[in-house]
Design a protein around this ligand. Structure first.
Ligand SMILES: *Cc1c(COP(=O)(O)O)cnc(C)c1O
Length: 222
């Protein structure tokens, strides 16, 4: 199936559900991104800063770029003002680095807190027991705003996916009820090619789909 056909099918599934589709274009060439853009997509996700900053100048400027991969502190300076949403805020040290660079440029960083919901099975994200400390630190920022939560869940069967998504949704709902400075719970970023339908049933407001749109990634081919 072509990129456009894949998109048509997925958009049909998302219709009337109020879910944002982010097309994950990592490892894929500019031409593929342009094809999805021409089919109407404006939100694209990349997981590496270098690949992202290489793509940005070669594509339409109204694309909303989502940084979905781990962000190293020494790379923050390359993305300031270039990304629409950072999905991977996972430490106070990264928060402080974002606050510093965005303040210098008088810009606002919109972020999601990436939670390590899979515990020892997943390598990335903030351990749950550190969440309150990160929230406190976020409340003291002026140039970093938190818009919601994100997670990458461990691979597993439908039941296992459902449980992880529910766990994240519960945390999201719990935080939504509280009052914070700089923190709102509007975006719940969960679900990828193999589990996005389950994620939507469990309350995702944003799904990140790569292979389901662009086809299999070939990491040897880069
Ligand atoms: C690669 C990636 C995706 C998309 O994965 P697919 O299985 O290709 O849909 C989503 N989220 C993150 C964080 C990723 O790194």
């Amino acid at each position: 199936m072509s990129i456009e056909q894949n998109l048509n099918r997925i958009e049909e599934e998302l219709k009337d559900k109020n879910v944002t589709l982010v097309a994950v274009s990592k490892t894929k060439p500019i031409e593929d991104v342009q094809e999805a853009y021409d089919a109407g997509i404006r939100d694209f996700g990349e997981n590496k800063v270098q690949e992202l900053t290489n793509k940005i100048p070669n594509l339409p400027q109204d694309i909303r770029w989502h940084l979905i991969g781990h962000l190293q502190r020494n790379k923050v300076k390359y993305i300031v003002g270039k990304v629409y949403l950072i999905h991977s805020l996972d430490s106070i040290r990264l928060l402080n680095e974002l606050e510093k660079h965005y303040k210098d440029q008088k810009l606002i960083a919109n972020t999601l807190i990436q939670i390590n919901i899979g515990l020892e099975e997943s390598k990335t994200g903030l351990p749950l027991e550190e969440l309150e400390d990160l929230l406190n630190a976020c409340e003291n920022c002026t140039n970093v705003k938190v818009k919601g939560l994100m997670a990458v869940i461990p691979k597993g069967d439908e039941e296992s996916c459902k449980n992880y998504f529910r766990k994240l949704k519960d945390i999201f709902d719990g935080l939504k009820k509280r009052k914070f400075n700089n923190i709102s719970m509007n975006i719940l970023s969960m679900g990828m090619t193999h589990d996005y339908k389950i994620a939507i049933k469990e309350g995702a407001t944003l799904v990140r789909i790569g292979e389901g749109i662009f086809g299999k990634r070939n990491y040897n081919n880069k």
